[in-house]
Design a binder for this molecule. Structure first.
Ligand SMILES: [Zn+2]
Length: 401
């Protein structure tokens, strides 16, 4: 048995009274976060901090309970909400220290500093925790389940702390069998619709029966991937059509006068197309990974550095997310949910250079060689197909059964 954590999001329909509480909780959660950010900035000012890493562990921020004493209205709100704010804030600081070098400033701030003739401060540092606003940030709060304080009742209501009345909720899927709700995040989107996201914990059986039903995937810039059964991922042509349309529309936009009426109108049109493309792509990634997870007991991929290789399914600047990276994540959790295996092999394994028939290594293989010709055994094979067989072979030795 293996422990899993997973999120499940549902729409909820709070009544007027409940909305009042939820809105208060959003506000208090944001207020608490901003208090922490404010404290951080004051402490940084005291230290004459310019940039670099923040030694937040020695800063000794007060607990939410201590802060709450000064804010009478916060007493109405479930105290776990504030505990989560503190965790969130400390997490943001850790992320800043880990992911940003502490020397890079936000582009927007750099621009502003030139036009406004002001000096850049630590507040402009990229990735530093920043004040949250009602309009700019998502309205949300998180609480935890303590012996049933967060629960689903009769599959059509949810219980959350501090609310006596249950909130109506729309169940579109079941939580995994014998799962335990660990926490719940309640949020509101820009259409004033409310949602609850449960993080649940559950156990699944691992499939440990040896199986030959294994697939290897080789990342391909052109085909997305080629598998060890010589099939290509086949990204739908009509998706590519809408992507080309987007490119054309973006060119049209660049010829319009910046921020003119026509420009704004056209910009809106473009975001609509972009939105559709993102959804189409997500849908495709989900379907692809679903069918692989359903049909194979193990899938093996390469741990390639996608950023260095250039991205797959590359679109306009705003859409250039990492399709293959996302695909690998989907595939991983879909396989693991089914108790199956996902294996990532080392990025230094020369999957393209080795002959999948005799194991000879062709050091002279060039990036533009689309066909692999083995000098040793005479095999002639598509380059990516050859690589995916090698990936499958080397990955198969790592499987746990
Ligand atoms: Zn060979």
């Amino acid at each position: 048995m293996v422990k899993k954590n997973k999120g499940y999001k549902f729409r909820i329909k709070p009544n007027k009274e409940q909305i009042i509480y939820l809105e208060k909780a959003f506000g208090c959660s944001r207020k608490m976060y901003n208090i922490y950010v404010d404290m951080l900035y004051s402490k940084l000012e005291e230290e004459n901090f310019v940039n670099g890493k923040i030694s937040y562990k020695s800063m000794k921020f007060p607990t939410p309970a201590a802060i709450k004493k000064d804010y009478e209205y916060m007493k109405e709100i479930d105290s776990l909400v504030f505990a989560n704010v503190q965790l969130d804030f400390l997490g943001a600081l850790r992320k800043y220290n880990n992911e940003y070098d502490g020397k890079t400033y936000c582009k927007k701030a750099v621009k502003q500093s030139k036009t406004l003739d002001r000096e850049l401060t630590f507040k402009d540092l990229k990735g530093i925790p920043n004040f949250k606003s009602k309009n700019r940030n998502q309205n949300s709060f998180t609480t935890n389940n303590q012996n049933g304080t967060v629960s689903i009742v009769d599959n059509c209501f949810v219980r959350i702390p501090k609310l006596k009345e249950l909130i109506r909720f729309i169940s579109h899927r079941e939580l995994p069998e014998s799962s335990i709700i660990k926490s719940a995040a309640i949020s509101k989107n820009c259409k004033n619709q409310y949602y609850i996201s449960f993080t649940v914990e559950y156990y699944v059986d691992e499939v440990k029966t040896p199986s030959n039903n294994i697939l290897g995937l080789d990342y391909s810039q052109h085909d997305f991937y080629v598998d060890s059964e010589d099939r290509r991922a086949n990204y739908p042509k009509y998706y590519i059509k809408s992507e080309n349309k987007l490119k054309k529309e973006q060119q049209k936009l660049s010829r319009k006068i910046l921020k003119s009426e026509n420009w704004v109108k056209h910009k809106k049109k473009i975001s609509k197309i972009q939105n559709r493309i993102v959804n189409q792509r997500l849908d495709w990634l989900h379907k692809k990974s679903y069918s692989l997870a359903e049909n194979y007991d193990a899938v093996i991929v390469e741990d390639i550095n996608l950023r260095a290789m250039g991205q797959c399914l590359k679109l306009g600047k705003n859409l250039s997310d990492n399709g293959f990276g996302m695909f690998r994540n989907f595939l991983k959790y879909k396989l693991e949910d089914r108790g199956k295996q996902y294996i990532m092999i080392d990025k230094w394994y020369p999957s393209s250079k080795i002959c999948s028939n005799c194991g000879n290594k062709n050091e002279n293989l060039q990036l533009q060689d689309r066909i692999y010709k083995c000098q040793h055994c005479g095999l002639i094979i598509d380059r990516d197909y050859n690589a995916s067989i090698n990936i499958k072979e080397v990955g198969s030795t790592l499987l746990a059964w």
